[in-house]
Design a protein around this ligand. Structure first.
Ligand code: FES
Length: 101
């Protein structure tokens, strides 16, 4: 699936991934602002992204455990997800994500 990241300095970077989490894809490719400090276990929020509103049907909304972690982050809105909780599949093709502040 092709996934586009928009970084805080307004760069648009499109990556192609086939499996694993969106966080891992971003970290492997050095996407600025996605650190994945906890290794993908939903306990750091350094992988926070905003899903483009028109793409929220592809990803769904945050799960309860994600939402609890996101609550601690100022930049959270209804389109917030932790990218370590997004598994890459063809269903995500064309997804646009804005990296959270
Ligand atoms: Fe830590 Fe996603 S990598 S919550």
């Amino acid at each position: 699936a092709k996934i586009t990241f928009i970084t805080s300095d307004e760069q648009r970077i499109t990556l192609e991934g086939f499996s694993g989490s969106v966080m891992a894809l971003a970290v492997e490719n050095g996407i600025k602002g996605i650190d994945g400090d906890c290794g993908g276990v939903c306990s750091c929020a350094t992988c926070h992204v905003h899903v483009a509103p028109e793409d929220i049907s592809k990803t769904g909304e945050a799960s309860e455990i994600e939402a609890d972690m996101l609550e601690l982050d100022d930049d959270t809105d209804q389109y917030s997800r932790l990218s370590c909780q997004l598994q890459i599949s063809e269903e995500l093709d064309g997804l646009v994500l804005r990296v959270a502040k």
